[in-house]
Each structure stands twice: as C-alpha cells, then as structure tokens.
Design a protein around this ligand. Structure first.
Ligand code: ADP
Ligand code: ADP
Length: 249
C-alpha cells in the first residue's frame, strides 16, 4: 500500500488581495490554490514537486502535513485520514511527518540554543528521559555534519548553511517516515547549496526516508528525486519518473 494517497484534494483561499483572480479569472473571491489533486506516494519514493510560482506547491505540502485544512477531497497518510489529522490527532501522527522550511533564519527561535532547538521536538512528543533526549540530540547533530561543541551556540552565531543543517536536524531527530521539504536550498548561498544537497541525499539513504521536495530548481530535483509531480494552476499537469519527465519534454 502507498504511504500517501491523495484523492481530488482541494484547498481554496479567500482572495484578500483581489490580485490573484484578475490573473487567473476564477471565481471572483476565491483562489483555487490546490484544485483537485490526486496522486500516490510509495515507501522510499523521493518526489519532487515542481511548477511555476503560485501554482500551489506550498499549499499542497502544507495541507498534506496538517498545517492547513483542506477545503474538500481526501488524503490518507499511513492509512490515517487527513481530516482527522488536522482536527484532533495532528500531534499523535506528526511524529511520522516532519517539515523542513525554506528559510532556517525565520523558523529557528533566536533565543534558543542549538541543543534546545533540536531537543524541542523530542520534548513535544515526550520521547524518553532527559538523558536519552540529550543522547539523541548529540547523535543527530553529527548526522547533519555539525559537531557536539556547536550545541551551545545560538542560531545567530551560525552561517546560513549551518542553520539549515539545524533545521534538518530538528526534522529528523524524531526519525519520521515522511519528510517534506519546501525549497530547502533556495535561501542559501550557491556555494553551500551543494553541501546541503549532499547531506539530504545521505539522509534519505541512511534513514530510509520517503520525501516530498518542493523546488523550482530542476538540478535539485534531478539530484534528489526519483519521481516528479508537475503542478500547473493548482492541478497535477504530469507525474512520472524523473527520467521520463525531464527527458521527454
Ligand atoms: P511561497 O510561494 O514561497 O510559499 P508566497 O509568496 O506564495 O510564498 O506566500 C507568502 C505568504 O503569503 C504565505 O504565508 C502565503 O500563505 C501568503 N499569501 C500568498 N498569497 C496570498 C494572498 N493572495 N492573500 C493572502 N495571503 C497570501
Ligand atoms: P507556490 O508554492 O507554488 O508558489 P502557493 O501554494 O504559495 O504556490 O500559492 C498558490 C496560490 O494561492 C497563489 O495564487 C497564492 O497567492 C495563493 N495563496 C497562498 N496562500 C494564500 C493565503 N493565505 N490566502 C490567500 N491566497 C493565498
């Protein structure tokens, strides 16, 4: 059975700016950000979600991980209904599904040390004793290519690439089964993008992860993904293996 089954999923917003629909000419007051999307993801897949800006990639990802409520349609993640997920059980299931944000500078609390930041998901999910948690934090910081003596620093004392490593550490410390990454390298200097890509590739293999990766950068998708989902105006335009999508335009 697939890990994730998405069936005619829709997420509509009220268009507070009025700008979007003048371009899209949909119903006057609504943005059909995700507009009837269906696809499945199997264990071990690394799926790239691509498409022009505004086509609904972030909205789709945020809806799937329970950060946004779907307007209609269905998705099952590990055989759990996404509607229940959002309403009552987000915390219970969330352990299995973690999110890496585009910009680590805005997702890391500047008042917390790196140790506290990586330990936080363990505390939220009541994983083990303090000692056990500290052990997991130390294992995880080395997995992301940082060292234990960096644990007492604050985010502002680290480079952009190091901060994204911390963001990744927070996402993998719970050993999730599904990792969703929204533009994981696009806020970084070009010189560190390749290092983060290498790290993500290693992590995918070591942790036997299933991943959804939003990126506008085709080279990122080619490097990390075995499948590609192309979105256009809120719908799935195409889905296939990376080879088929990029080699048969
Ligand atoms: P990205 O494509 O990187 O996700 P966007 O520029 O689409 O970023 O959106 C940035 C933020 O603004 C998001 O939090 C999004 O929910 C919000 N946003 C985008 N478009 C609108 C809109 N038309 N009305 C209100 N909020 C919006
Ligand atoms: P992408 O990630 O592909 O850039 P988004 O999912 O961010 O696309 O946005 C899809 C559409 O929904 C865009 O037209 C965007 O402006 C709109 N949108 C996103 N967030 C909001 C929001 N909070 N309120 C209203 N419209 C939004």
């Amino acid at each position: 059975r697939p890990i994730l089954e998405v069936n005619d999923l829709k997420k509509h917003y009220i268009d507070s700016t009025g700008i979007v629909n003048r371009i899209r000419s949909a119903k006057p007051d609504r943005v059909h950000a995700v507009d009837g999307v269906s696809f499945t993801v199997s264990r071990g897949d690394t799926v790239g979600i691509v498409g022009e800006s505004g086509c609904g990639k972030s909205t789709l990802a945020e809806t799937l991980v329970g950060l946004k409520k779907p307007t209609s349609g269905n998705a099952t993640l590990f055989e759990n209904d996404i509607h229940e997920w959002v309403d009552q059980n987000r915390k219970r299931f969330a352990r299995n599904v973690q999110f890496v944000f585009q910009d680590p500078s805005s997702s890391l609390d500047p008042k917390m040390t790196i140790r506290e930041l990586i330990r936080e998901p363990l505390e939220v999910h009541n994983v083990g004793t303090k000692d056990h948690q500290n052990g997991l934090v130390e294992d995880t910081i080395t997995k992301v290519g940082l060292s234990v003596d960096q644990l007492d620093r604050y985010p502002s004392e680290m480079s952009g690439g190091q901060r994204q490593r911390v963001g990744i550490a927070r996402a993998i410390v719970l050993e999730p089964q599904l990792l969703v990454l929204d533009e994981p390298t696009s806020a970084l200097d070009v010189s560190v993008q390749a290092q983060i890509l290498n790290l993500l590739n290693e992590i995918q293999e070591d942790l036997d992860l299933t991943t959804l990766i939003i990126s506008h950068d085709i080279s990122v998708i080619r490097y990390l993904c075995n499948k590609v989902l192309v979105m256009y105006l809120g719908k799935v335009a195409e889905m296939g293996t990376t080879e088929n999508i990029f080699n048969n335009p």
